[in-house]
Design a protein around this ligand. Sequence first.
Ligand code: FES
Length: 279
Amino acid sequence: MRVMRLWLGVTWIYAGWHKASDPGFLTSGSTTFIGTQLSAFALNSPIGFAINKMLEHSTQIGIFVMLTEFAIGAATLLWIAPTWAAFGGFVMSLGLWLSSTWQVQPYFLASDSAYTILWLSYFLFLYGSRRKSNVSVDRRSFFRISSVAAIAVAGAGLGKLFPTGAPATTPSAGVDAQLKSIKIVKDASLKVGDTKTFVSKAGTPAVLFRTKAGVFAYSAVCTHEGCTVQFNSASKNLQCACHGAVFDPFDGAKVVTGPTNQPLAKIKVAIEGSWIVEA
Ligand code: FES
């Protein structure tokens, strides 16, 4: 039990720190932005419908997840409301398994599947052994629970003071750039004026265009909160239903209407043989 408690507590604090020190996590348009991540998760998750509903509040969800990870980790290590913390860890792991790592096959290669069972076992042991949390309204309990909240906020604040680098804004940056080009659609089947939605190498939704000038593509992840933009063939622009942002795909996906001021990320595409590919 001590080994589990130590491992889970430290890991959850590290997970919170990882997000807090990532300058792109709460920066819309970044590849590690929570909205961009949620947008990619929604494509293959059995709870994709719920994730899509959350997208318009992705920044708040990102802050909540980061603070909750710190709080669960600290409460587990310090033995403050441990049963509640264990239940929170189980729910969070289950949510991550159903979203972030659901497409990892076979399932045992997804670390979230193992964490879900680990937290569940830990929770059931605490619950079954009646070593329940000390949640009550006395002053001491109030102070102990407040200290967990303070640790969570302090951890998130400290992470911002030690950023791990500048936010990445190109969807095919880093590891993804090393992947081979992927086929999107047969060249012959996309006529001038047509569009085609596809999943980019980064795992995010994207949209491909063909004009007389050639082919080009953009990430369909809105640079405001990460909702998926749709092409409106009548107005010839990309529109976001969440808060009304509009982008012009025929002018570098620049913003026509806010609330964001960042254009959509460009995705490199090319014609290779009889296919249009993401390079
Ligand atoms: S997510 Fe807010 S306008 Fe697109």
